[in-house]
Structure formats: C-alpha cells, structure tokens
Unconditional design. Structure first.
Ligand code: EPZ
Length: 423
C-alpha cells in the first residue's frame, strides 16, 4: 500500500494555487446527463473521485473525454442512457448517488445499489428520496429495504419540499430533478453551500430557471429542455482551508492563490482568533502564522455558512499545538472523530465526549505511524506530521488522493519534507 513519509519541516513559505472544487465538480458532472449536447467542464481537479464519476457516466452510456492533465472533462450523454449505476463504482464513491435525479428524468427510472455507511457516518438518503417522491417518483420499498434505490417516474411534477436537514446531496439531487419537472418546485431549508450555487449557475447556463441557490429557499421553474455549456468550476474551499492551516501550524507565510475568501469566512474568522494574520491581496490570500503566538479557540461545525465539517479535522491539527485548551463540537456527522486516535498516537492527548473533542493544546507532537481515516483526516495527519518531532508515516493515503490534487507536490513546493512511497 502506498504511504506518505512526513518529517518536521519548519515554517512553510511560498505560494500554492488552489484546484477546482471536488464537491462542485461531482454534481456538475452528474448534471451532464440532463442534456444530449456536449458539456465542457473546466478546472476539473485531477482526483480519484472525478475519475470514478467519469467511469460512472461512461458505464451509463455517456461519451466522456477526460483530459485531467489540463483539468478538462467533456461529456456527451447522447441517445440511450442506462438507468442502473453499477455497484462496484457506487461503493467506491458515495457521491454516485448524485446521478439519481438526472437518471430518473433521463430514463424514467434509476437503479442504484447503496454502499451503506462509511467511516464518518451512516450517510442516509431519506431526504433525497422524500424530495423525489414529492416530485412524483415511485420508490420501490422492498428494494429499498435491501439497500437498493429503485425509483420510477414517467414524468416529474413541481412541488414544495421541506428538507428536515439542509443536506447538500439532497439539495443537489432535488434541484437537478426539478429543472425538467413540469411546473415550479420550491425547496425549503435547502443547503446553502457554495458548491450548490456553482451547480445552479451551471444549470442556469444550460437553460434551467433556478433562483435562490445559496439561500435556504430555492425556486426552480421546470423547462422543456437543457443544452450543453462550457463551465469553469469554482476553487476548492476545503483545499484552500487546508493550505491556510499548513501555514498557521508551521508558523510560516504562504500566499494562497485562486481561492475565494468569501467561501471561507468562518474558517478565516477562526484562524484570526488563533492569532493567524490573514491578508487579502490582488495576488491571493497571504496567511502568516509567524507574527503571533498561535492560541486556541473553540469550533462548532454547522451547515454553511457555519464552520464546515470538512475543515474540522484540519483545524483540529492546528489546535493540538495551539497554546491553551479548546473544544471542537461536530454537529453535522455522527462519527467524524476517527482522526482523534491518530492525533493521540502523536501525543495530542485529546479526549472525546459524544459530539465533543477536548484538546489540551500546546503539545510537542512526535512522529508515529498513522492512518488516513477519511480524506480530510488524511490531510490533517500530514499537517501534524509537518510539526511533529521525527517521522510520521501515513498509510491508507488513497483517501487523500480522492480529494487533494497534487497534494505532495504542492506541499513540497512550500518547503515541506514529505515524500510518497508507492508499492
Ligand atoms: C457533502 O456530502 C460533501 N460531499 C461532504 O464532503 C460534506 O462533508 C457534506 O456535504 C457536508 O457538508 C460532496 O459534496 C460530494 P449531507 P453529503 O447530505 O451530501 C445527514 C468531503 O470530505 N443526512 O449534507 O453526503 C447525514 O447523515 C465530503 O469532501 C440525513 O440525515 O452530506 C449527515 O449527518 C465528506 N439524511 C448530514 O446530513 C439525508 O437524507 C450531512 O449530510 C441526507 C443527509
């Protein structure tokens, strides 16, 4: 199994360019099924999850030209499209569920074997199904009991749908399904993440009529047809946040280019509370961890615009060495503290109580063999490896490959002592 060897690196310096957003490009690729025209997706990050989504689209019958060296994917879903998403692809990437709404519209049926829970939680989809039922889809209950989503709909009709929780995936699946439904759909308590705004912008360029994306109420007027577009994906706010923390934790100074600070207000506010100096310039965002002592702060993860759950473990890495105790509360996923055991192997001495982790802070960490328990946690143990005494060996790094483009190369360019050992 490939692994990363990370050594104490001293302060990072230089500049890093943020790649396109994984969580924006995946729903946008799913939405290419909504037209027979060619769609050109630019700034698509070269990630394992993008490759899996491309394979899924090809398995459904779409023509996919993937040039991830140049961050371009062209999709043309012309003619007959299969309604069944192959299990071997769905189990590699839960986000395969994002094709559900588009498949239903395109083929009148969608058959997806669910992969079940994962490291960070059970990952139910009852809200996705609640929305599709409200639009007129029939979900086979017997199949569902066996973990198979078998949804049918001759046509979809607009409706008002309330989401009990502002689920990102459910919001995206319902918006996609509503674009070609008959009549108007109003989605209440919708997720407000920037990736949903990017999806809505992409769909509106295809001819959809979506208003209110990025707020808790999204209105979609169904149209008859959507056409192909050429779209640039927004930068990845979680990758940007991860590199901001890399400058803070090593007391370095890094220029983060091609990021949108507005997408990271909560994270920037919290980094400033810790004493990190952050300056927006025309070149990008300068993150300086060398000016002040890095002190602790408390974190509570919430749906956007609250502090993002995907930044919980990277930020916890900083808190293990920050001066003073802190409490991190994870309210979005039920089991997203798997990285705590890895930080503790490095001497962090963190205690968890239910949804809370109590971090004593001010530790001098030591290198250890650790594992990446999810893609963000994988990046987090690399961050602590940069400041720990000695060497940290990170395994199960396929998680990192899922969500961070050229992660090792970008860190090396900032002066990190890191190398990848492939089998
Ligand atoms: C998206 O996952 C992201 N993935 C996740 O990023 C991110 O952590 C998450 O949103 C929250 O921001 C992609 O966009 C591909 P949710 P998603 O539905 O859509 C519960 C990463 O690291 N829920 O908003 O699966 C669910 O159990 C990944 O890039 C229900 O209860 O997230 C969870 O506790 C990890 N019922 C919470 O909502 C439902 O029907 C958030 O889930 C749906 C969700």
């Amino acid at each position: 199994m490939a692994k990363l060897i990370v050594r104490n690196s001293g302060p990072l310096h230089g500049e890093v360019k943020i790649s396109g957003s994984k969580n924006a490009v995946l729903p946008i690729l799913a939405a290419t099924l909504l037209t027979e025209d060619e769609c050109i997706i630019q700034d698509a990050p070269a990630l394992r999850d993008v490759e899996v989504m491309n394979q899924l689209l090809m398995s459904l019958g779409a023509k996919v030209e993937s040039d991830l060296e140049n961050n371009i994917v062209k999709v043309k879903a012309e003619g007959e499209i299969s309604c069944e998403a192959p299990f071997e692809l769905v189990k590699m990437m839960r986000a395969s569920i994002l094709v559900l709404g588009a498949l239903l519209l395109r083929s009148g049926r969608a058959l997806i074997h669910l992969p079940g829970g994962c490291a960070i939680g059970e990952r139910p989809i009852e809200l996705h199904l609640k929305g599709l039922r409200a639009l007129g889809a029939e979900i086979n209950e017997q199949s569902l009991a066996k973990g198979i989503v078998d949804a049918k709909a001759d046509k979809l009709t607009g409706s008002t749908i309330y989401l009990d929780f502002p689920s990102v995936g459910a919001t995206e699946v319902i918006i996609m399904a509503a674009t070609l439904a008959e009549g108007t759909t109003v989605l209440e308590n919708a997720a407000q993440e920037p990736e949903i705004v990017d999806l809505a912008n992409y769909l509106n360029k295809m001819g959809a009529r979506i208003k209110g994306a990025g707020t808790d109420t999204v209105k979609i007027e169904g149209v008859d047809k959507l056409h192909g577009v050429d779209h640039h994906v927004i930068p990845d706010r979680i990758e940007a946040g991860t590199f901001m923390v890399s400058a803070a934790i090593t007391k370095g100074r890094v220029l983060v280019k091609n990021m949108l600070p507005d997408h990271l207000k909560a994270v920037i506010a919290k980094l400033r509370e810790c004493g990190v100096v952050i300056e927006n310039t025309d070149e990008g965002v300068i993150v300086d961890g060398s000016q002040n002592t890095i002190v602790s702060t408390d974190i509570k993860t919430l749906p956007y615009p609250g502090f993002p759950t995907d930044m919980q473990s990277p930020f916890m890495a900083l808190l293990t060495v920050a001066k003073g105790p802190s409490v991190v509360m994870e309210t979005v996923f039920e089991n997203r503290f798997m990285h705590v055991a890895e930080f503790n192997r490095m001497g962090a001495n963190i205690r968890t109580e239910g949804k809370c982790a109590i971090i004593p802070g001010g530790r001098q960490l030591h290198g250890a063999p650790v594992i990446a328990t999810d893609l963000r946690a994988g990046a987090s143990v690399v961050l602590t490896g940069l400041v720990a005494d000695g060497t940290t060996e990170v395994s199960q790094i396929y998680h990192i490959d899922r969500g961070y483009e050229h992660f090792v190369e970008k860190l090396k360019a900032l002066g990190a002592d890191i190398e990848r050992i492939d089998d």
